[in-house]
Ligand binder design. Structure first.
Ligand SMILES: Nc1nc2c(c(=O)[nH]1)N[C@H]1C(S)=C(S)[C@@H](COP(=O)(O)OP(=O)(O)OC[C@H]3O[C@@H](n4cnc5c(=O)[nH]c(N)nc54)[C@H](O)[C@@H]3O)O[C@H]1N2
Ligand SMILES: Nc1nc2c(c(=O)[nH]1)N[C@H]1C(S)=C(S)[C@@H](COP(=O)(O)OP(=O)(O)OC[C@H]3O[C@@H](n4cnc5c(=O)[nH]c(N)nc54)[C@H](O)[C@@H]3O)O[C@H]1N2
Ligand SMILES: [Mo]
Length: 688
């Protein structure tokens, strides 16, 4: 911390900087330098010394102070006075709110604690504010467990099945690549600090290829854009493998030493000549032929896979297939070669999750697990022997499910239940908070302590509180500490302060260096799989294990090939990827950012628009059997024919008709990982 005093217009200004971490669910986890003047944050900047951040922030987080000091921040506990969902509340004291919440939870727990469901995700990715005291509290209570699948589970589990863990290339090494396939990722929007390294590679002569149904701002800046159909990536990977095999471009030595199951994979891949793969992908066979040739020739060749390509039925197997490519060509041998989907597995050995979350507090109890991606159906389920008790209480924090969960009609009906007791810890009156019985004001990252691991690089980043809590806001940790006391939980761990939690969070990391610099790089091998050594039990990549199904079995649930009748009624495939200036549904209420995004839009190709008599800027009805959503049409060649894009995730209350794209998405789950299939969604678009 540095401190300076200066005089500006006769008012003495006491200024200091604090080290922080960006809390958001983004691969970049930037290290921050926060400038505080007279107790108020005046600037949030990137740490110039932290290699992934290199002093740069995205537009959103450089405006983080605008979010913290937003006039609509919830600053006191609120109690519902209107009907569910109306968002009508009166302020109450913390004591009144916490006493009542504890009493309600106690009486439900006395019947069956599994009727209580914690519902949280990565609104902050900090180990303290997202998975410490809260977990201790619910473990001790014996509440239902939550399967946190909503984002990355299909790809994450698939990658772990293949490499043994969610591990991959070091971010900085992309600068050394000669070819980068940017696959299912709009990096400029959602992984900006990777893009910097891709740009360095480009300046050094690398070729960049973007594989994405949408012509994104990232696609615009790549040498080539391959606009395949959503959910066809597995077929593309098999087509590439077919070519690598027939070209003789395999690294036989690497395969022999480090790959398990290649013979079975080879057989499958040989059934996928470019013509067949191209038909499934909706592209020209020649594109596959040329891409395979380039991928084989470029040394080093890198793939940046992102989660955008695993939100369809076959998403898990598609990730498995793509993850095999660098193992077949031996791209892993070189620095700058290989693949990254998630780096989070590198942190496993350094995270002290058991100490922080205390699953031992469950004792002998084994509560049921509820999948967060089917919250719509699960809130509407009655008690049954298979399901267990009806959900009677929900405690929601770090997520906005009414906006972000699939199949909104069901989600809204569930949250609207009069017999459901809902507590929401939030910064703002989100779509979800509107349905709460109590809203509890949460601190933002500038107001609390945390420790961050990440999924896009290999540094731990610490966050010190820069300012005192705004209004009566409290950190999530404190709320669960306070509730634990009221529930009569007497274990010493419920008294741990945030400083103590931070000290427990990690092991094998130099905490003094973390305190001093704000970040520490993990001690990891430089070129991790140059000589194999994957994290699987036998150290080899598992390419074709039992149960593996190639995409000749796993096509989208909703496509002309898999569901021709449905496709006749609803012929357009809708994907709903992130908007650049929002972070999922966060920042939608920050006006300066919302002004950049404008309003909810559906991008549609000029041919598809013309066929329906739709014009640019007109309000249209996007609909399928699950629901309908009105928004403005943007007629644009960013969309390929047959595919439309509802950029999200907008708060429902900003929508023309109080809905968002999740009115259309389904609760069906992926092949691997029990994850949602947001981008596996047929719709029709009509003039109003
Ligand atoms: N600005 C911003 N940054 C974000 C987020 C945000 O909302 N806004 N979200 C954060 C979160 S939660 C995550 S999980 C990460 C990663 O979030 P991702 O969902 O991976 O987001 P993107 O990087 O935008 O990549 C999605 C890209 O995949 C494309 N896509 C959709 N379907 C398919 C398909 O079937 N195949 C292929 N090849 N591509 C497809 C989309 O058009 C889009 O361009 O980003 C994080 N960063
Ligand atoms: N149609 C469609 N739907 C999607 C996606 C898509 O691509 N298309 N993407 C999916 C993906 S990848 C994800 S990860 C999910 C994400 O969905 P969510 O996990 O719901 O993420 P956000 O919408 O950012 O909401 C996070 C909330 O946490 C709150 N929050 C942040 N920090 C704190 C804190 O310290 N304390 C408390 N109490 N609250 C805090 C924020 O104010 C915000 O309202 O959405 C999914 N939904
Ligand atoms: Mo996500």
């Amino acid at each position: 911390m540095s401190q300076t005093t200066s005089t500006r217009a006769a008012i003495p200004v006491v200024s200091h900087t604090v080290r922080g971490a960006c809390p958001h669910d983004c691969p970049d986890t930037c290290a921050l330098r926060i400038t505080v003047e007279n107790g108020r944050v005046v600037r949030v900047a990137g740490d110039p010394d932290h290699p992934p951040t290199h002093g740069a922030l995205c537009t959103k987080v450089s405006r983080y102070a605008e979010r913290t000091y937003h006039p609509e921040r919830v600053l006191t506990p609120l109690k519902r006075v209107g009907p569910k969902g109306a968002g009508q509340f009166v302020p109450v004291s913390w004591d009144e709110a916490l006493d009542d919440i504890a009493a309600r939870l106690k009486s439900i727990a006395a019947r069956d604690p599994q009727a209580i469901l914690p519902y949280s995700y990565a609104g902050t990715m900090g180990m303290l504010q997202s998975e410490s005291m809260d977990r201790r509290f619910f473990h001790k209570l014996g509440a239902s467990l939550l399967d946190r699948t909503i984002c990355s589970n299909a790809g994450g589990e698939a990658l772990a099945l293949t490499y043994g863990a969610k591990v991959g290339m070091h971010l900085e090494d992309y600068a050394a690549a000669k070819l980068i396939l940017i696959w299912g990722s709009n990096s400029i929007a959602s992984n900006l600090h990777f893009w910097t390294f891709a740009q360095q590679a480009k300046r050094n002569g690398a070729r960049l290829v973007c594989i994405d149904p949408r012509r994104t701002e990232t696609a615009d800046k790549c040498h080539q854009h391959i606009a395949l159909l959503p959910g066809s990536d597995g077929a593309l990977a098999l087509g590439l493998m077919h070519q690598l095999i027939t070209l003789g471009a395999l690294d036989q030595d690497y395969i022999a030493r480090h790959v398990d199951g290649f013979e079975a994979l080879r057989e499958r891949a040989l059934a996928w000549p470019p013509e067949r793969a191209a038909r499934v992908c909706g592209i020209e066979p020649q594109v596959i032929v040329e891409l395979a040739r380039e991928y084989a020739a470029a040394k080093p060749a890198a793939i940046r896979l992102n989660y955008g390509m695993q939100r369809t039925h076959g998403g898990g197997n598609a990730v498995r297939l793509v993850a095999m490519l660098p193992c077949l060509t031996g791209a892993w041998r070189q620095r700058g070669g290989g693949l990254l989907l998630s780096a989070s597995g590198w942190f496993r050995a350094f995270r002290n999750d058991a100490a922080l979350q205390r699953p031992d507090l469950l004792g002998e109890r084994r509560p049921r697990t509820i999948n967060m991606s089917t919250i719509g159906d699960d809130l509407l389920r009655e008690a049954s022997p298979e399901f267990g008790p009806k959900v009677e209480a929900l405690v929601v924090y770090n997520t906005n499910p009414v906006a972000v969960a699939p199949d909104s009609a069901k989600v809204v009906a569930g949250f609207a239940r009069d017999d459901l007791f809902t507590v929401v810890l939030e910064h703002f009156l989100t779509d979800t908070a509107d349905f709460a019985d109590y809203v509890l004001p949460a601190t933002t990252q500038l107001e609390h302590r945390d420790v961050h691991t990440t999924y896009g690089h290999t540094y731990v980043v610490a966050n010190d509180p820069a300012i005192a809590p705004v209004g009566q806001a409290r950190p999530n940790t404190q709320v669960f500490r306070d509730l634990a006391a009221r529930m009569g939980f007497t274990e010493a761990c419920f008294a741990d302060t945030d400083e103590q939690l931070a000290a427990q969070a990690l092991r094998g990391v130099d905490l003094a260096a973390l305190r001093e610099h704000g970040w520490v790089k993990l001690p990891l091998p430089e070129v991790p799989f140059a000589d194999g050594g994957f994290v699987t039990p036998n150290g080899k990549v598992q390419v074709c294990p039992p149960g593996f199904s190639a995409p000749d079995h796993v096509v989208p649930y909703e496509s002309a090939q898999s569901a021709p009748d449905l496709a006749q009624r609803f012929p357009l495939a809708m994907i709903s990827p992130p908007a650049r200036n929002f972070l999922n549904s966060s920042f939608v209420n920050v006006k300066s950012l919302r002004d950049i995004e404008g309003e909810p839009l559906l991008e549609i190709h000029p041919d598809d628009a013309a066929a329906r008599g739709l014009t640019d800027g007109a309000v249209v009805r996007v609909h399928n059997a699950r629901g309908s959503h009105h928004c403005k049409a943007r007629v644009s060649t960013r969309a390929r024919p047959g595919v439309v894009h509802g950029l999200g995730v907008w708060w429902r209350k900003f929508g023309v008709d109080g809905t968002n794209v999740n009115e259309l998405t389904s609760q069906r789950l992926t092949d691997i990982g029990r994850a949602p299939t947001f981008y596996d969604c047929l719709v029709e678009v009509s003039a109003q």
